[in-house]
Design a binder for this molecule. Structure first.
Ligand code: ZN
Length: 202
């Protein structure tokens, strides 16, 4: 299983990062060891600026390569929600030197995944609203219609380069409002009104 994450898929988030909106999808990988198994996240000691990035997650359910966009919808059935935890200080240093992001993005437990999934038949895929609360205050809210590249477009694009396998996860990018967490924080993620995950930071 691999985790594929999309960078800058929302124009306002690209802007808050002082980055340009991309003309084609940007992706990077996290290893399977990045998946957080517990509802508890231990703040790692290698960063002083750990940020949440709440994202819609797609789970691939068929093997595919060179998938055409018009058929991409056949490669997933369910939508989940996750956080792409990012050590922003490490990412900033890497960006300045033109180095890869793995140290900032791919560390153990950096991929929060909801234990719940929603069948895509029960969602309006063009307009999925989602949000993240930190200590019961909404800090991020987004809608899939703001994505620069749709889920189907992302699947078509990624599969030109990488074979997608059953169980692979695609984190589809974060809307604006990313920010830091502290020990003691409680995070919860929602699709519409439905609570998808809850997490405490220790
Ligand atoms: Zn992200």
């Amino acid at each position: 299983m691999k985790i594929i994450c999309i960078g800058r898929n929302y124009a306002k988030h690209a802007k808050e990062m002082n980055s340009e909106a991309p003309t084609e999808p940007i992706f990077f990988l996290k290893p399977d060891t990045a998946l957080l198994k517990d509802p508890v996240f231990y703040y790692p000691d290698f960063t002083k600026d750990l940020h949440y990035e709440c994202e819609i997650v797609v789970r691939i359910n068929r093997v595919g390569k060179h998938i055409e966009e018009q058929f991409a919808h056949k490669y997933y059935n369910q939508i989940g929600l996750g956080i792409d935890f990012t050590a922003r200080d490490i990412q900033k240093a890497a960006k300045e030197k033109g180095l890869p992001w793995e140290k900032a993005k791919a560390f153990d437990n950096s991929a929060v995944l909801s234990p719940k999934w929603i069948d895509k038949a029960n969602l309006d895929m063009g307009s999925i609203t989602f949000s993240l609360q930190k200590n019961e205050e909404v800090v991020q809210s987004g809608n899939s219609q703001e994505m620069l590249f749709t889920i189907d477009r992302l699947i078509a694009y990624i599969s030109q380069f990488i074979t997608l396998k059953v169980g692979d996860l695609i984190y589809t990018g974060t809307p604006e409002g990313v920010g830091p967490i502290q020990i003691g924080d409680k995070l919860s993620g929602f699709i519409g009104e439905e609570k998808m995950f809850q997490l405490s930071v220790k």
